[in-house]
Write a protein that binds this ligand. Structure first.
Ligand SMILES: [Zn+2]
Length: 351
């Protein structure tokens, strides 16, 4: 039987010993079959410590409630969705709430049956075509406005205007974000094919923004040289472990370490919270967390890598980084100005 970990203790009616007492809620990895595929997910169950010590005690002391069964089913379906790159139920809620819509309103907006969104947020797994439509409006409010123009007759008038106003607000913010991304996107046009230079992954700006914010949360003070090198270490370590980079950034051998191509543009991203601080005759760039970002862009495996890099480097100074990176084959075997191939990350020494 798989190992389980304690989640919390709760007071409940225990069907094992038929009393009301404190039981443990525990979690373990398990698998189930969804749409003909084996899916691994974290299952929760309750464990009663009151009864005997027969060899099969463990199984007999376990029980689940209807609510816990529902949660487990949801976790299994979300694991399937993640494996298929479909929005999880929580992500669908986020898309909907971003526009201030109810479940019925979002379903009407997209021209679907009124109960569709409620089903996707609770149990059913959406088809790929439905998922694509949700993605379109998540990433682009202009698409949402087009849907509203098409399906507007399904709404009462004051409501339709109210929804439209909200979408136009989003469009304004989206426009600013879009424009702030263009210089970096342009710098990566020549890396639009997976290769050894981008770690076989295409540029993922949402992820980069979340990484920067997360690093800024972890470090007491995060400055430019530190950040740029920590991005490289995360990408290099991820590549060493999983054979592709996290961000799709390409890095150059620079005087002060490994810096992403387009690092100036990277600092201008709307969701990167950076302040210029004047110190004597030069400017220091100080990075802060962006409280508007959550961690949904970062997978469990990515978080582990970020925590590893952060634990090692969060108190490093710029010169500590220069010393550390000089030790790396990726740096020794390239010249200043060269792009550092990810294949060299396989020999990374810092970890
Ligand atoms: Zn009990």
């Amino acid at each position: 039987m798989a190992k389980s970990a304690l989640v919390k203790t709760v007071h409940t009616d225990c069907p094992v010993c038929n009393t009301f007492h404190q039981v443990e809620e525990r979690a373990r990895m398990t698998s189930t079959t969804i749409k003909g595929e084996k899916v691994f997910y974290e299952e929760h169950f309750y464990s009663c410590k009151n009864s005997g010590s027969a060899p099969d005690r463990k199984e007999r002391n376990e029980f689940k409630t209807v609510a816990l069964d529902d949660e487990n089913l949801m976790s299994a379906r979300n694991a399937y969705r993640k494996a298929h790159n479909l929005f999880t139920s929580d992500e669908i809620v986020t898309v909907r709430e971003n526009y201030g819509l109810t479940q019925v309103e979002l379903a009407k907006l997209l021209g679907w049956g009124e109960a569709t969104i409620a089903r996707y947020e609770s149990k059913a797994i959406q088809d790929e075509a439905y998922d694509t439509m949700l993605r379109l409006i998540k990433e682009n409010p202009l698409m949402a406005i087009q849907f509203l123009d098409k399906n507007g007759d399904k709404f009462q008038e004051p409501k339709r205007m109210q929804i439209r106003t909200k979408m136009i607000e989003k469009l304004d913010a989206y426009g600013k974000e879009y424009l702030s991304r263009q210089p970096l996107v342009s710098a990566y046009v020549k890396f639009s094919i997976p290769s050894d230079y981008n770690g076989y992954k295409l540029l993922d700006i949402n992820k980069i923004e979340s990484m920067i914010s997360y690093y800024a949360e972890q470090a007491s003070e995060l400055y430019k040289v530190q950040l740029m090198n920590m991005l490289w270490y995360a990408d290099a370590l991820f590549y060493k472990t999983y054979n592709n980079s996290m961000t799709g950034l390409a890095y150059r051998h620079e005087r002060l370490g490994a810096f992403p191509i387009g690092h100036q543009s990277l600092m201008q991203l709307k969701n990167v919270n950076v302040q210029a601080e004047e110190e004597y005759e030069y400017t220091k760039y100080h990075f802060y967390p962006n409280t508007a970002l959550d961690r949904s862009e970062l997978s469990k495996n990515e978080m582990v890598i970020l925590d590893t890099v952060s634990a090692k480097f969060r108190n490093y100074s710029a010169s500590d980084f220069v010393d550390s990176i000089q030790e790396e084959a990726a740096f020794r075997q390239t010249n200043q100005g060269d792009i550092i191939p990810y294949s060299m990350a396989k020999k990374i020494r810092a970890f």
